[in-house]
Design a protein around this ligand. Structure first.
Ligand code: BYC
Ligand code: FE
Ligand code: FE
Length: 479
């Protein structure tokens, strides 16, 4: 599959012979660069960052590594190769050939999904924009910027679909994607978690572990779309997504490891000896658990309501499938099927069967929880290896929710329903307090020396692109 790499916008969609779309994208480009300069990473725009750039969509050798100034990153439009004979994998058009153009009846449904997906990408960059100022190492600084430029490319991916397939309203939506802003009063980003702050590096690692993993699940579901250009776009985005979750999961693991190491060195065995542990310049395990509670619950909200007609409609239309739809053994239409869901009725958690079609958000969320638990297992293996009696846990799914059945319910991370009064008394044990956040913030001092790491995080086991730990991942010019 040919990638045009000499053009302003690298692509494998033959933009040079698609003048209208090329023009629309070239018109959008300066606004994007302005947005990057205003709301992308603060500082470091002249620094040389050792980044990977997607240059092909082959499974092997799709990326190349080199020093790049971020504003000169080659944000390209790359779709995974067409699968010959691909058919619509779900819904009422099951088995029909996939669409290469947008079906008129599903136009607004598709546009809405693409806009929501597109909105999250720049939002995350805005949320992370100040983190470069406090990076714990050059290695981590580079990883932050890698995630940032790729989320920028994901925005390009959605903007291409809007410009190519949705005419003038697509162009308007593309502009709006640069106008909304994370946390803004007047024009906030569309989904809750993308208006929260990411004030410190532990939050960043939690975000990339849990919120980027929602990205993975949603992209997997959209990769099943009967609208083939969306499917192909998402399939290629997933290639990049794996690294984002690696950064998060491994980041959290390195924080945990450093805490355990320092505890062992100081002879502290009680993980709740918080003051003593904090005095070692590391983050105590109970506080890390609180961060998990926060970011996991925020990310669960991103799946929408357990019972959703939107989800049923997009599935029946063949516009959005389930996680690994083609591997599931059923009729892929689900008209007569049920799915076990969890609900909150009369102040009680109940399990019941609901229409499988209406429960698709819940199903994707269940798949997400399974996927997330792999990370927690790894973290616990690290804690175990130090013989410390502590276990990280994903909180109960009804804990701290703002969307769906458990909205406003008072449920502990263990899944116990309690009174509002008790919740208010106990919430400091469940979620990071102002003090916890202030302590974490106090540790956030930049470490830009080659091969050095901040006190609260251990070195990675491996460098990037087979480079060593003391490789100069970022050559800083005017930070
Ligand atoms: N916040 O039927 P419902 C990523 C709205 S992350 C605010 O329950 P539906 C990334 C909903 O829009 C992946 N509003 O839910 C990660 C609807 O409003 P309208 C992003 C919410 O529609 C890290 C109403 O409530 N991609 O890529 O079935 C870094 C009723 O909705 C929220 C996608 O999400 C919320 N949390 O499902 C960078 C894929 N939840 O329309 C990037 C595209 C729901 O009635 N989006 N609402 O006004 C979708 O598939 C669906 O829109 C959702 C919601 C799964 C988000
Ligand atoms: Fe993304
Ligand atoms: Fe991501």
């Amino acid at each position: 599959m040919n990638v045009e790499y000499d053009t302003l916008i690298p692509n494998n969609v033959n933009l040079s012979s698609d003048k209208k779309v090329l023009k629309a994208l070239e018109r959008w480009h300066p606004g994007y660069i302005n947005w990057w300069n205003d709301l992308g990473p603060t500082g470091f725009q002249n620094s040389l960052v050792y980044l990977r750039t997607a240059i092909s969509v082959d499974r092997e050798g799709w990326a190349k590594f080199d020093y790049v100034k971020m504003p000169e990153y080659r944000w390209g439009i790359l779709l995974a190769p067409e699968k010959e004979g691909r058919t619509i994998p779900c819904g009422e058009h099951y088995g029909d050939p996939v669409w290469q153009e947008v079906p008129g009846e599903y136009r607004s449904m598709l546009r809405r999904l693409i806009v929501i997906q597109g909105d999250t990408e720049p939002a995350s960059i805005e949320q992370q924009r100040h983190l470069g100022q406090t990076a714990p190492s050059l290695y981590d600084l580079r990883n932050l910027f890698q995630v940032n430029v790729e989320e920028g490319r994901h925005l390009w991916a959605m903007v291409y679909l809007l410009q190519k397939y949705f005419g003038s309203d697509g162009r308007e939506e593309a502009n709006e994607l640069l106008n909304r802003q994370s946390g803004s009063e007047d024009a906030p980003r569309m989904l809750g978690a993308f208006n929260e702050v990411t004030p410190d590096w532990l939050s960043f690692f939690m975000f990339t572990s849990f919120t980027d993993r929602d990205g993975k699940m949603q992209l997997e579901a959209l990769a099943q779309s009967g609208f083939d250009p969306l499917s192909r776009t998402c399939r290629f985005m997933l290639t990049e997504e794996a690294h984002h979750m690696f950064v998060g999961e491994n980041g959290v693991r390195r924080v945990i490891k450093k805490t355990c190491e320092e505890m062992a060195k100081a002879g502290i065995t009680n993980p709740y000896d918080i003051e003593k542990i904090r005095n070692l310049g590391v983050i105590d395990l109970p506080t890390i658990q609180k961060k998990i509670n926060l970011h996991f619950s925020l990310s669960l909200d991103l799946f929408g309501s357990e019972i959703s007609t939107n989800a049923a409609n997009t599935f029946t239309a063949g516009v959005k499938g389930r996680f690994w739809e083609t591997k599931i053994k059923d009729d892929h239409i689900l008209k007569n099927d049920t799915y076990p869901i969890m609900d909150f009725e009369n102040n009680k958690i109940v399990k019941k069967d609901a229409s499988a079609l209406l429960s698709l958000n819940m199903r994707l969320r269940d798949d997400y929880i399974k996927d997330s638990s792999v990370g927690t297992k790894r973290w616990n293996r690290t804690i175990n290896s130090f013989n410390i009696d502590f276990e990280m846990k994903l909180p109960f799914e009804g804990f701290n929710r703002k969307i769906g059945s458990f909205m406003n319910a008072n449920i502990t991370p263990e899944g116990e329903v309690i009174s509002k009064e008790n919740w208010n008394k106990k919430s400091d044990e469940y979620l990071p307090t102002k003090d916890d956040n202030m302590f974490i913030e106090s540790l956030m001092k930049p470490v830009y020396e080659i091969g050095k790491f901040a006190s609260w995080i251990s070195e990675p086991d491996q460098g990037i692109d087979n480079k060593s730990g003391d490789f100069e991942y970022v050559k800083i010019h005017d930070a």
